[in-house]
Design a protein around this ligand. Structure first.
Ligand SMILES: CCCCCCCC/C=C\CCCCCCCC(=O)N[C@@H](Cc1ccc(O)cc1)C(=O)O
Ligand SMILES: [Zn+2]
Ligand SMILES: [Zn+2]
Length: 453
């Protein structure tokens, strides 16, 4: 059963350095209380990193096996009081669902990992393979003080990981148009990000004698040009090609043939999937106008107008290319462009018979979710703390073992975030199995499962 108390603690992250630190401290105390075995077992070391994040080192019995890592976070995005069926920090149960901010993102993983380990410890299980658990406290505001500090600490200790598992994708049921059965998408990369600040300055003055163009008008035209001219379609040039090829047989005729031949049909397919926001995010670098500020009084022409635009960069593109396109599209020297934050798409993790993590996830998914009909590599459309761990391993995977239906995706960061009691129990079962399945030292011989037939 979900530790409902965890949902009731409002560990909200507003901005970097604007965190509810009282709640973060309470969360730390809470996990110590509900997972006594995790905190008292002799072969598990726990450390507080960056003041509020937690790093657990679970020392396995066989030091020859390369360790792995499970990552999650305790902080949540803010939630408005209105718009929810139940208050976001009430952890109310209704018709088999627990409602609350963090039930999907990402207290389900933070608590689920510790719960699975607690169960194993109570059964006197001692893992053979060592592993680390990282529970970040500021993932929602970039992870620089939590996740990144954990990564730097491990790096300073010379740790190398065989694989790392974080949030960022899931088991999609009815989310991809044309696929009826649930499919597990394990993201092998995540999109890059570029945030720009656009500023226009013009002479202030009386609204009764306005100039032909104002700072507001110039800026509005610039951001409108960005919105009206989306970035080029790149569908088929990144790992989404692999994803759709893996999923091809899930589509009914004739779409299955189309998906198997994306070398020919990708222009057509991209025009279809770009119609929905999640599909669009697979096709291109997305453009989101997120902040617009100007003016102080109705009869004063403002001197300054500014806006923020956030681009999520397709795996086949780089920050520099996006910036060039932006400059060409705005094409107006009066608009000052400054970069607030920028990073390229993350490296693509291995997806083959030799990839230990993939084989372990595959086996565990088949054990725990037998109704899942395909397991495919995907792309995480947002960013996660895992991006800070690239110096520790090239095998970074983003997968939350939870079934997401079409309307669940918008609950993440939205209203009425919820998880069913059954789905949470499945998540714990997955983690419970995953830890045990990771104790193999050699990969099983590849074989064709019914999932691939
Ligand atoms: C063809 C259709 C395919 C549709 C695929 C849709 C899958 C949706 C499944 C799951 C939802 C994805 C959730 C992404 C997790 C993103 C986590 C997040 O919100 N991160 C923030 C904050 C952040 C974190 C770390 C950073 O380094 C930077 C920012 C974000 O803004 O990305
Ligand atoms: Zn998250
Ligand atoms: Zn989030």
């Amino acid at each position: 059963m979900f530790s409902l108390g965890a949902i009731k603690i409002p560990t909200v992250a507003f901005l970097r350095k604007q965190l509810n630190t009282t709640a973060l401290i309470e969360f730390g105390k809470y996990i110590q209380k509900v997972f006594p075995a995790v905190f008292s077992t002799e072969f598990i070391q726990h450390e507080v990193v960056g003041e509020y994040s937690y790093l657990f080192t679970v020392r396995g019995s066989d030091p020859q096996l390369m360790p792995y890592m499970l990552l999650a976070h305790m902080d949540v995005v803010p939630a408005s009081e209105e718009g929810w069926k139940f208050p976001p920090f009430s952890a109310e149960e209704d018709e088999g669902y627990i409602y609350g901010r963090g039930t999907l993102d990402n207290k389900n993983s933070a608590i689920g990992i510790l719960q699975a380990l607690e169960f194993l410890l109570r059964r006197n299980y001692r893992p053979r393979r060592s592993f680390y658990i990282g529970i970040g406290h500021d993932e929602e505001v970039s992870g620089l003080d939590g996740g990144k500090q954990i990564a730097m600490l491990l790096q300073a200790r010379g740790v190398k990981l065989s694989f790392l598992l974080d949030e960022g994708s899931g088991i999609l049921d009815g989310v991809i148009e044309g696929i009826k059965s649930p499919v597990a998408l394990i993201a092998v990369t995540e999109k890059g990000s570029l945030t720009l600040n656009l500023t226009v300055r013009s002479d202030p003055g009386h609204s009764s004698a306005p100039p032909k163009e104002t700072s507001i008008g110039i800026l509005a035209a610039a951001v409108s040009r960005l919105e009206k001219n989306p970035m080029p379609r790149l569908f088929g040039y990144g790992p989404e090609l692999m994803m759709f090829e893996h999923l091809a047989s899930e589509f009914a005729f004739p779409l299955n043939i189309v998906m198997k031949n994306l070398w020919l049909f990708s222009p057509l397919v991209s025009r279809i999937i770009e119609r929905k926001p999640t599909g669009n995010s697979m096709v291109r670098t997305t453009t989101a106008l997120t902040i617009f500020k100007a003016g102080i009084k109705f009869n004063v022409i403002p001197h300054l107008a500014s806006a923020a635009v956030n681009f999520r960069i397709h795996p086949a593109q780089k920050v520099a290319e996006v910036l060039e396109i932006v400059k060409d599209t705005i094409d107006d020297d009066r608009v000052e462009i400054t970069v607030t934050e920028a990073f390229d798409p993350l490296p693509i993790s291995p997806w083959d018979d030799q990839a230990l993590g993939v084989q372990i996830f595959r086996r565990t998914i088949m054990d725990v979710f037998p109704h899942v009909s395909s397991i495919a590599p995907g792309v995480c459309i947002g960013n996660t703390d895992s991006r800070h761990f690239t110096n520790l391993t090239d095998a970074i995977y983003r997968f939350n073992p939870v079934v997401l239906k079409a309307d669940d995706v918008s609950r993440i960061h939205g209203w009425n975030e919820r998880i069913s009691v059954k789905d949470y129990e499945k998540q714990v079962e997955f983690l419970f199995q995953l830890i045990q399945n990771s104790d193999i030292d050699k990969l099983p011989k590849p074989h064709l499962s019914t999932h691939e037939l």
